[in-house]
Each structure stands twice: as structure tokens, then as C-alpha cells.
Design a protein around this ligand. Structure first.
Ligand SMILES: CC(C)(COP(=O)(O)OP(=O)(O)OC[C@H]1O[C@@H](n2cnc3c(N)ncnc32)[C@H](O)[C@@H]1OP(=O)(O)O)[C@@H](O)C(=O)NCCC(=O)NCCS
Length: 170
């Protein structure tokens, strides 16, 4: 697999029909003795479709994971004001999932951040994206906080809870 910088602005299916997942679990956030804990709960199967982010940010760098010449996944990275690298987006096309591609993209992000003298990584996900949360926890991310109101103004997802995750090198 090769990871290379992408310069296009439209990544086709990865920004649209592939940027989706089906789940049957969500995470409940518990705040106990000053610690955030997450508990998995089964729910009726649902499909989440991530909307395209049309905001332009000159600082965002997109990198693609290519398998035999096919764009299988991508990650978007940007430096943040607090000396952390921000994972703005990560997506793997459905036919290529669960083969370690996102893990490789996250390892790439860690090297990218350290190469820029940044002090770690941060990202925002949601408590209904259990697969993504597992991916991040398996790769050393920890929960910084959660926010029940981030999505309040977005009718399709107004009931979602944002989860803020961080990775710091040891
Ligand atoms: C989340 C996503 C990027 C994972 O990509 P991937 O290449 O399949 O991930 P990997 O193969 O590297 O998986 C690494 C770990 O993530 C977790 N994981 C990945 N897919 C999972 C799934 N469907 N269910 C449960 N855990 C899963 C597992 O812990 C896995 O480790 P394991 O293989 O030892 O069990 C991919 O499912 C995706 O593109 N989803 C839609 C977009 C999205 O949700 N992006 C994240 C937004 S915050």
C-alpha cells in the first residue's frame, strides 16, 4: 500500500457514497468520579451517511491510501492552533475495510504530526460510530471530552453526541 498526497478537491465516492457506515451499537457516555467512561449499548440497525464538508481550509492536507493503483482510503490532516495535528476526516471504501488501511493512515498521521513538530493528534467523532472509536482506541487515542450540543442545529443528526479524542506520543 502507498500513501501519497492528494491534490484534487473532489475525491468522488470517498466523499460521498463510501463515507457511510451501518451499525447496531452506540456508546453511552458516563462521567464517574471525574473520569469519562463509555459503555456499549445495542440498538436497532442504522445507517449513517457523513455529509460532505464544503468549507475550504487551505491548511488541510489530504493523503490517499492506494492499493494496486486504486484509491482505497484517505485521511485529511491540518495543524491546529494548540500544536496538535487535527484529523479532519478518515474514510476507507467499503470493499477495502477491515484490512488495516485506516490503521496505516493513522500511523501515517502520527508520523506527519511529529514530522511537523506537533505534539500529538486530535479528532472529533460521534458516540454512534463504534467502529471508528474502536479504531482510535486501538491506536492509542484517549477521550478528552464530549459535547451533546455540537449537532443540535443539524436536523439529520441533532441527537448525536460528539466525542473528542486525543493521541499524545509517550
Ligand atoms: C472507521 C473506518 C475508517 C475504519 O477503516 P478500516 O480500514 O476498516 O479500519 P482497520 O481495518 O484499520 O481497523 C482497525 C480497528 O478498527 C476497529 N474496527 C474497524 N472496523 C470495525 C467494525 N466494522 N466493527 C468494529 N470494529 C471495527 C477494530 O478495532 C479494528 O481492529 P481489528 O481489525 O484488530 O478488529 C471505516 O470503517 C470507514 O471508513 N467508515 C466510514 C467513515 C467513518 O466512519 N470515518 C470515521 C469518522 S470519525
Amino acid at each position: 500500500m502507498k500513501i501519497v498526497r492528494l491534490i484534487e478537491e473532489d475525491f468522488g465516492p470517498l466523499d460521498r457514497e463510501e463515507n457511510t457506515f451501518t451499525g447496531d451499537e452506540v456508546l453511552d457516555v458516563l462521567f464517574i468520579d471525574g473520569e469519562i467512561r463509555l459503555a456499549t449499548r445495542s440498538v436497532e440497525q442504522f445507517t449513517k451517511i457523513y455529509g460532505q464538508d464544503h468549507s475550504q481550509d487551505d491548511d488541510v492536507e489530504a493523503y490517499g491510501a492506494f492499493l494496486n493503483g486504486t484509491l482505497a482510503g484517505k485521511i485529511e490532516l491540518a495543524p491546529a492552533w494548540n500544536d496538535l495535528g487535527s484529523i479532519e476526516q478518515i474514510v476507507v471504501a467499503r470493499e477495502f475495510r477491515q484490512r488495516g488501511i485506516a490503521t496505516e493512515l493513522i500511523n501515517f498521521a502520527k508520523s506527519w504530526a511529529l514530522g511537523k513538530q506537533l505534539k500529538g493528534l486530535r479528532l472529533e467523532t460521534q458516540t454512534n460510530n463504534v467502529a471508528a472509536c474502536k479504531l482510535y482506541f486501538q491506536n492509542g487515542f484517549e477521550v478528552g471530552g464530549f459535547d451533546r450540543l455540537t449537532y443540535r442545529t443539524q436536523p439529520q443528526v441533532s441527537n448525536e453526541t460528539a466525542l473528542y479524542l486525543y493521541w499524545f506520543p509517550i
